[in-house]
Design a protein around this ligand. Structure first.
Ligand SMILES: *Cc1c(COP(=O)(O)O)cnc(C)c1O
Length: 366
């Protein structure tokens, strides 16, 4: 059915069975949908994130950004202040959300090709006592860098601040226990490592933290607290029309994650994809943007060839004709492109991709 493989970090390539799950219509208020699917999904998500019983999960309509916005806009009160740790596009987006919502903030920016420096974070926390919440991206999808979430969470919690982690592109693909890490709220979405289709995001959040957030939201439809209350009190009901087909596909995707062997097995598959890709790319003369010590198994950025005849559009088009869709670069001062390692993508796919890539290096033949 697939005309080409999406080697992009969400939407990504999904299985046939995930796509087939969308071939039925569901009634949003019927218990076959709410109790049987939504409540089970909510429970499974908490189980994937932690063994700690002090967490609940909330699903929210929209793209991943909507859920980040709902989380920031609901967890922070009017007198709270956010510290945003930024080293890429998605870190900057959290700050943009705070600006839109008129939430007081400090942004601590690091170069896009570096990981956040703990000593600098500590200095800001020492100096600015008004900070109540800290937000950071886990895998910065801009570069593929994996930020040190465990260390940052430990530091932030030693200052007793609320820690919010945008684990959009890593949750389900990288093992973690947010209870052990002391992450207060983790945000992700349906169309990344769980391998569902786009349409909703979700938050796994400390129940005690969410309980005190009634009336804080700056937006009706992005009120995380009210959405949570409705799901809790009405057996999984969403406040407004839910993306039923997407939810159904997500449920199937969760079953497939379990069948694969859980997050650890998926992490192994993605890691092998990533390593095989980087090795093959290096043999073709492509250099990875990020050092192996910082590199996530999620997405890999490569410097664009410096040859005068190279151009991304033509390269992209030739690869697409051979059945592979890659992703343009987004790093501000560096010409690069990205290849996603996640989704229904296996070793054989990467092997075929490498053969296709070799034949698409048109500039070398000029
Ligand atoms: C994909 C992604 C988002 C959300 O993007 P949407 O386009 O709104 O779904 C946020 N943060 C990170 C790190 C991401 O990879």
């Amino acid at each position: 059915m697939n005309q080409y493989l999406l080697l992009t970090p969400g939407p990504l390539t999904t299985s046939e069975t995930v796509k087939q799950a969308m071939m039925q219509d569901w009634c949003t208020w019927d218990e076959d949908y709410n109790s049987a699917i939504v409540q089970v999904i909510r429970e499974k998500l908490v189980g994937l994130a932690t063994a700690d019983q002090g967490y609940s999960s909330v699903l929210m309509q929209g793209s991943g950004t909507s859920t980040v916005e709902a989380t920031i806009g609901t967890l922070l009160g009017n007198s709270d202040k956010l510290l945003v740790i930024d080293n890429g596009v998605y870190g900057k987006r959290i700050s943009e959300i705070a600006t839109y919502l008129n939430i007081e903030q400090t942004v601590l920016s690091f170069p896009e090709k570096a990981i956040p420096d703990l000593l600098k974070i500590q200095k800001v926390l020492d100096e600015d006592k008004a900070i109540t919440h800290v937000a950071m991206v886990h895998c910065e999808t801009t570069t593929g860098i994996l930020n040190p979430a465990t260390d940052v969470a430990f530091l932030v919690k030693s200052y007793k601040k609320v820690f919010i982690l945008d684990a959009m592109s890593s949750f389900g693909g990288i093992p973690m226990d947010i209870g052990d890490m002391q992450v207060d709220a983790l945000i992700s979405s349906a169309n990344k490592c769980i391998q569902g289709v786009p349409g909703f995001g979700f938050v796994i959040v400390k129940t005690a933290l969410l309980e005190v957030c009634a009336g804080r939201a700056r937006s009706l439809s992005l009120d995380l607290y009210e959405q949570w209350q409705t799901m809790e009190k009405q057996q999984g009901k969403w406040r407004f029309t839910s993306p039923t087909h997407v939810v159904r596909a997500f449920y199937q995707a969760l079953l497939e994650l379990e069948a694969e062997g859980g997050v650890e097995a998926r992490y192994q598959r993605y890691s092998h994809n990533q390593q095989l890709l980087t090795k093959g790319m290096s043999e073709l003369g492509f250099k990875a943007l990020v050092a192996p010590s910082m590199q996530s198994p999620i997405i890999t950025a490569f410097y664009s060839p410096e040859h005068p005849d190279y151009n991304f559009k033509q390269f992209y088009g030739l690869l697409k004709q051979q059945g592979f869709v890659i992703y343009p670069g987004k790093v501000s001062d560096t010409d690069c492109f990205r290849i996603g390692n996640i989704g229904e993508v296996y070793r054989q796919d990467i092997e075929k991709l490498l053969i296709a890539l070799k034949s698409c290096c048109f500039w070398e033949k000029v």
